[in-house]
Design a binder for this molecule. Structure first.
Ligand SMILES: [Fe+2]
Ligand SMILES: [Fe+2]
Length: 205
């Protein structure tokens, strides 16, 4: 596992205030439920990316993505277990308008551009989740949750790096860099306009 950097080393263009975490932690069961769904969606997303492997990529592509899928499934197991121990229930449905808005940026039907976009969006969601775990771990007095967030933070930081590395193999470096910078700006706008609430990717309180 890659050691996560201090939060100011994350590539994101905006920072989550601790007031956000204070609000989110007022309803830990809702937050854990949302979080469990996000881990499930992260696992599904990475398995779906597995089918999009470019012709010229070797088995390292598969190895990298299946390792992320294994991690996300383990995270789901941990978070769902914690939710159940606290007498919470995993809801049937789940919406994540933040991820939906980000996926709206994908250049669909454009071959390598589409794949690069999907990988960069995956990297963004990992980076933001990493940042939020950091803020959550520093806020509140629930030691068990703080431990959970601290342990996941390192893992999601590693995933963000994996997706960036894979994206760099799909398009020329200059194109990937320009697209990444453009997407970072869109991400900051999208997270800022999310409604508030006990969710991992909610907006400011
Ligand atoms: Fe995860
Ligand atoms: Fe992840």
């Amino acid at each position: 596992v890659t050691k996560p950097p201090a939060d100011d080393k994350l590539p994101l263009l905006s920072r989550t205030p601790s007031a956000w975490a204070g609000e989110a932690l007022k309803d830990p069961l809702a937050l854990l439920n949302d979080h469990a769904h996000l881990e499930k969606k992260a696992a599904l997303n990475v398995l779906e990316l597995l089918h999009r492997r470019p012709e010229e990529e070797d088995e390292r592509w598969t190895a990298a993505l299946t390792a992320v899928a294994r991690d996300e499934t383990a995270h789901l197991h941990t978070v769902a277990g914690l939710l159940a121990r606290r007498d919470g229930r995993l809801s049937r449905g789940h919406k994540n308008p933040y991820a939906q808005d980000l996926h709206g940026l994908v250049r669909r039907g454009r071959g390598p551009e589409e794949l690069a976009d999907r990988l960069l969006i995956s990297a963004l969601i990992e980076a933001r989740s990493c940042e939020r775990f950091g803020v959550l771990a520093e806020t509140g007095d629930d030691k068990e949750l703080a431990r959970l967030y601290r342990s996941l933070r390192a893992s999601e930081f590693g995933h963000h790096a994996v997706f960036l590395r894979l994206a760099a193999g799909v398009l020329p470096a200059r194109e990937v860099d320009a697209r990444w910078r453009w997407m970072l700006a869109r991400e900051a706008e999208i997270i800022a306009r999310q409604p508030p609430g006990p969710r991992m990717h909610s907006g400011p309180p």
